[in-house]
Design a protein around this ligand. Structure first.
Ligand code: PMP
Length: 291
């Protein structure tokens, strides 16, 4: 991703894409002191931008470093990056990290840096695959106990096990992996939340030890507006076979139906399709108005 034209916003300056580098002794590289966001712009507008900027600041605070910029300044910088790169439909990646001013676990003297990149990034899962439903495998690593890791932060360090599990899934022919939490309950995928449906009721794990996704909350609201019952509760892996539909949600994944988890099969049905369409209509209001 480093060898391309364009600009990346770094600490208030637009830097040519290829020059956007950091020092090897950056604290974040050694000790995982980085937090980030993933946002999507549709028709020139970043969906729920302010919620993402606020979550970035909250994530940094959980890791005890302070981002200098305000929510409004981060919002504006995200828009500026899109404009500088002539982007209308794109993915936006803000990242904040501790710099190279001090080495060692103590990082009191480090500066907090903030960078924002944006690029065209199509569907996380190809649309054709998405409508049929993606296949998900089982992960070995589990989401950690909140007493073990800052599980509410979108922290870079929480993703090292996600990459291992995404690779394991891909090696075994799956698109993603279902991770349990430390208690052995269904938690989420490597970069998306999960919903399961039976008898017209939507079930989703309580977000008490993993990211309570902005898409997750949006889809719960959309489901309630449709009059569907949504139960946020503990879901055990033994129950997976009792559901008929399943989908995952995330900024990148949007709403993606699931056809299989391990050996359990699902058929993307009316509820998944309704919520997929409602979500796309919400994030793409201009497209809807033009239809
Ligand atoms: N869980 C994880 C681990 C994620 O990386 C993401 C994507 N940010 C999500 C859930 C979904 O969050 P959101 O809907 O806010 O993108």
């Amino acid at each position: 991703y480093h060898d391309r034209d364009g600009f990346i916003w770094i600490d208030g300056r637009m830097v040519p894409w290829r020059d956007a580098s950091i020092h090897i002794l950056t604290h974040a590289l050694h000790y995982g002191s980085a937090v980030f966001e993933g946002e999507r712009a549709y028709g020139g507008e970043i969906f729920k931008l302010t919620e993402h900027s606020q979550r970035l600041i909250d994530s940094a605070e959980i890791l005890e470093f302070k981002i200098e910029q305000s929510v409004a300044e981060i919002d504006q910088a995200c828009r500026d990056v899109m404009a500088a790169n002539n982007l209308v439909d794109c993915y936006v990646r803000p990242i904040a990290w501790r710099g190279s001013e001090q080495m060692g676990i103590s990082a009191q003297q480090t500066k907090t840096h903030l960078a924002i990149a944006a690029w065209e990034w199509g569907s996380y899962f190809p649309m054709e695959q998405r409508l049929k439903g993606i296949r998900i495998g089982h992960a070995k690593y589990r989401r950690p106990d909140p007493a073990t890791a800052p599980s509410r932060a979108k922290a870079a360090g929480l993703y090292m096990i996600c990459t291992v599990e995404k690779h394991r899934a891909e090696r075994n022919g799956y698109a993603d992996a279902l991770m349990l939490d430390w208690r052995g309950r269904v938690a989420e995928c490597t970069g998306a939340n999960i919903f399961l449906i039976k008898d017209g009721v939507i079930h989703t794990p309580e977000a008490d030890c993993f990211l309570d996704g902005i898409t997750r909350r949006t889809v719960i609201d959309l489901a309630k507006q449709r009059g569907y019952e949504v139960q946020e509760r503990a879901i055990l892996p033994e129950e997976l076979g009792s559901f008929t539909e399943c989908f995952i949600t995330g900024t990148a994944a949007e709403v993606t139906p699931v056809s299989e988890i391990g050996h359990v099969k699902y058929t993307p049905g009316q509820i998944s399709e309704t919520l997929l369409n409602d979500y796309m209509a919400l994030v793409q209001p201009k497209r809807k108005a033009a239809e």
